[in-house]
Design a binder for this molecule. Structure first.
Ligand SMILES: Nc1nc2c(ncn2[C@@H]2O[C@H](COP(=O)(O)O[C@H]3[C@@H](O)[C@H](n4cnc5c(=O)[nH]c(N)nc54)O[C@@H]3COP(=O)(O)O)[C@@H](O)[C@H]2O)c(=O)[nH]1
Length: 836
């Protein structure tokens, strides 16, 4: 729409919410003003002068005005309650009076038949002025009064009665007492000054009303202020026309009537838009919104009436439960739902009626093709505090239910084997312990660990390893009763609970399991024989709490492993003692460095052919004030499992290198030091950095340090080991494989490690002079080392005959009591001084 400069300026002065409606009204008012000016400036066209047919035209215009006024009454009366304002009531009653007075005005018009008294302009003008006054005052009222909420209901009837009484009084006065009315029109002369003055007064009221409405339009309003504003101005213009006419049939009179019709039309339109059109539009919009909301809800929606009959149904687009509205409308839940679901729905509807909203638990619906889980959400539709019906959402929760079951499965069962996991196992066994306690019976816990399972994983891969675990789980399960609980705790560890089993029963089951495991087992296109080690603890003898029993069964399992694997072992008091000793040592070891309880002993290492000392092996010693001397064979594994080995290992490196530096400074510059590195230390990436820093701190060549790693350390994770060994080799330190021959070294793999020395385990040396197979083994190892260009060092050499054999086999170095036991540093220093 194009804006003229004036309208643009005017529009900027009103609140944005009025601009759109105000603009066409301003244009209309401008048009009306132009027509009025035109009428005033130009002589009337011939067809308008002294119209012979003015009466029907007047009747037509008045009828239109009366209809518009009646419509204003009807719409305002009907909507004032909903819009909540008494101003509409004033307008309604005011325009009812206006309609009635205008009707009498029309009947009194010159040329009309008698209406109680003969028709004449004076009478018509009196009704006319009365109607105009009521219209002007009604509008003035609503412009100045606040559009507040109605409080008293009886007001509407009081106001209506007052309006009708006023109408009757005006009629009584005009029709019954005309002689008391002042002259308003003089035939042949035109309007009296009183009539013109009254018209001007009415015009003043309209302009005041319009001014007030204009002020109100600076803010957003609850009513259509622009329509009221335009109607007031149109009425003012109409009123002006009635100050100008000389004859009741002249063109100003006609224009005044037309403007009056326009003014009423504008008023009606404004009230209609606000009271009917706008709410209908809003209703249509909210319906569309509601429909869109329904379409977006993935649930079926039912509307039930008071008798719980389906009166409306909205299907869910993507539901697997497709129902046709025809099959549902008019039916009650009783006719639609199976018995169990009916009960659930009844409870939900009852609850919703009481609390406003309710949700049912999921229930099963047997559809034509499949079984579904459904859930109801019901809300009560309340009218005047009474339940008028319900809205029920039916949600297909089949997927959710399946997920819930999957979560329960995952939370309680091992995902690989499907066996109960630790959580479920604990739940069940705690219950069994409780029962055993009440029934004074026993219960056995079996800790089952597969022997050398890691080897399968390393050689055949993890997928094959997983398949084997599943096959083992199945085989173990096949040998158990229903009441037994077999669980997988992780890795290759299984724990079995045998409710009611005593030691004999547990041993019987354990043996059956070991026997069954001895049979070749098929998994992922492989067949193998795998053994297991089983540790057994019995309730209440070995513990009354599950944690205790598990710990003891675990300890017993380790004992079974130590006995050579493929064994069962019961928890014993001896094991108990070892566990408690281990705990004591773990605690005592904390702070041992700070309390100066640790020291290093050094054992000489010799070049065999030259019988020359090449260096020492640093061996850790622990002297506890109360526990006495504790062997590293005992405390090193404890330090490893508790993590304390890191701190101890660093102390050994620092102390050992400091001692070596001191000896080298004393003139033994070629002297070497061997240090044992545990698996835990070896795995840490910082090892290299720490070593480099320690060597640098004591200004030692890396080549004078030899790290002793056991076979197991190197083979645990060959890929990582090979990387770490390469980094250490690049640093320049020497690398030795300790206890060689006791582990499961893949010789092929060993070839790829940058190893300098193979330290042959003492067990091969011990009987080398008496046992032929030991001799052959030793020969092969030395031969292999020669082939790989790796040095050999035999440890634990105690006798001259052992020395002789080693010498004949070409062993490079020896270490053993024969040529020197581990000694404290000062003893070694004295020895070195004597040698020099
Ligand atoms: N990670 C670390 N491990 C260490 C450290 N210090 C020692 N250890 C390891 O503890 C195990 C036991 O050591 P230990 O009791 O010191 O025994 C050593 C020697 O005393 C013993 N030995 C040496 N010669 C003979 C002999 O002729 N006969 C005989 N019966 N025993 C002898 O052998 C042990 C040395 O073994 P090894 O290290 O394999 O060369 C032992 O495994 C140590 O490694 C440490 O600081 N860190």
């Amino acid at each position: 729409m194009t804006h003229t400069p004036i309208s643009r300026t005017l529009l900027t002065r009103v609140h944005i919410s009025h601009r759109q409606t105000l603009l066409p009204l301003l244009l209309l008012l401008t048009g009306m003003l132009l027509v009025l000016l035109l009428f005033m400036l130009m002589p009337p066209p011939l067809w308008l002068q002294g119209q012979a047919n003015y009466l029907p035209l007047h009747m037509l215009l008045e009828t239109l005005a009366i209809v518009a006024a009646a419509c204003i009454f009807a719409v305002s009366w009907a909507t004032h309650k909903r819009l909540g304002t008494h101003n509409l009531l004033i307008l309604a009653c005011g325009f009812l009076v206006v309609a009635l007075l205008d009707f009498s005005h029309m009947l009194s018009y010159q040329g009309m038949p008698d209406f109680v008294t003969p028709a004449d302009p004076e009478k018509a003008i009196a009704f006319w002025l009365a109607a105009r006054a009521v219209a002007a005052l009604s509008l003035l009222w609503v412009a100045f009064a606040s559009w507040q909420t109605l409080s008293q209901r009886h007001w509407r009837w009081t106001l209506l009665s007052l309006g009708l009484l006023l109408t009757m009084a005006v009629h009584g006065l005009i029709l019954g007492l005309p002689q008391h009315l002042p002259a308003l029109f003089i035939q042949g002369q035109g309007l009296t000054p009183l009539k013109v003055g009254m018209e001007y007064a009415l015009i003043g009221i309209h302009i005041l009303t319009a001014w007030r409405l204009w002020q109100l339009m600076r803010l957003a309003q609850k009513f259509n202020a622009s329509a009221l504003f335009a109607a007031s101005l149109a009425m003012a213009m109409g009123g002006f026309c009635f100050t100008l006419y000389a004859s009741v049939t002249d063109h100003f009179n006609l224009l005044g009537h037309v403007f009056k019709v326009i003014a009423y039309g504008l008023l009606f339109r404004g009230i209609f838009i606000e009271g009917v059109d706008k709410p209908f539009n809003e209703l249509a919009q909210s319906r569309a919104k509601l429909q869109a909301t329904f379409d977006a809800i993935p649930d079926m929606l039912f509307e039930l009436d008071q008798q719980q009959r389906v009166v409306n149904f909205h299907p869910a687009a993507d539901s697997r439960l497709q129902l046709s509205p025809e099959s549902l409308l008019g039916k009650t839940p009783a006719a639609l739902l199976p018995a169990q679901a009916l009960h659930v729905s009844k409870l939900a509807l009852e609850q919703a009626s009481k609390a406003g909203f309710a949700q049912s638990p999921p229930f099963v619906w047997q559809g034509e093709k499949r079984r579904l889980w459904l859930q109801l959400s019901a809300a009560a539709r309340m009218i005047n505090g009474r339940t008028d019906g319900h809205v029920v959402l039916v949600r297909d929760v089949t997927e959710l239910k399946a997920q819930e079951e999957r979560i329960i499965q995952l939370a309680h069962f091992d995902s690989l084997t499907g066996l109960p996991n630790r959580t479920l196992f604990e739940e069940r066994v705690n219950l069994s312990i409780h029962l055993a306690q009440r029934q004074n019976s026993s219960l056995a816990i079996l800790f089952i660990d597969l022997d050398h399972f890691k080897h399968i994983n390393d050689t055949l891969g993890h997928t094959a390893g997983d398949a084997l675990l599943c096959a083992v789980a199945e085989r173990l399960g096949n040998n158990l009763r229903d009441e037994d609980t077999l669980s997988r705790q992780g890795g290759d560890e299984f724990v079995l609970a045998l409710p009611g089993a005593d030691a004999a029963g547990a041993a019987h089951v354990a043996q059956r399991l070991l026997d069954s495991m001895a049979q070749p087992i098929q998994f992922a296109d492989n067949t193998t024989t795998i053994t297991a080690s089983i540790g057994i603890a019995i309730y209440p003898m070995d513990g009354v709490a599950l944690g205790n029993l598990m710990q003891h069964a675990d300890a017993a399992m380790y004992q079974a492993k130590a006995l050579g694997r493929n064994e069962m072992h019961f928890f014993t008091s001896n094991l108990q003692e070892r566990m408690s000793r281990s705990l004591t040592l773990e605690n005592a070891l904390r702070g041992a460095i700070e309390r100066n309880e640790l020291s290093l002993h050094y054992q000489p290492q010799w070049l065999l052919p030259e019988q020359r000392l090449v260096g020492f092996e640093a061996l850790l010693r622990w002297q506890h004030p109360e526990l006495g001397t504790i062997s590293p064979s005992e405390f090193i594994p404890i330090a490893e499992s508790s993590g304390q080995i890191i701190q101890l290992g660093e102390w050994v490196i620092a102390t050992g290198l400091q001692q070596l530096a001191s000896w080298q400074q004393d003139g033994h510059s070629d002297l070497r030091l061997a240090i044992n590195i545990s698996a835990v230390q070896f795995r840490r990436m910082e090892l290299v950095v720490r070593l480099a820093a320690a060597l640098h701190a004591h200004q030692l060549q890396p080549g004078c340090l030899e790290l002793e790693l056991t076979e197991g350390v190197a083979m645990e994770n060959p890929v990582h080991a090979s990387q770490q060994l390469k980094v250490l080799h690049d640093l320049g330190v020497r690398l030795a494989i300790d206890d060689f021959g006791t582990g499961f070294s893949s010789l092929a793999q060993l070839r790829h490690f940058p190893v300098d020395t193979l330290k042959i385990d003492r067990s091969f040396i011990e009987y080398v002079d008496t046992d032929n197979s030991s001799l052959e083994m030793l020969r092969s190892i030395i031969q292999l080392a020669h082939n790989l260009s790796v040095d050999t060092l035999a440890e634990g050499v105690e006798t001259p005959s052992q020395l002789k054999v080693l010498s004949e086999l070409g062993c490079g170095q020896i270490q053993g009591f024969i040529w020197g036991k581990p000694q404290p540093a000062d003893a070694c220093t004295r020895y070195l001084q004597q040698m020099a």
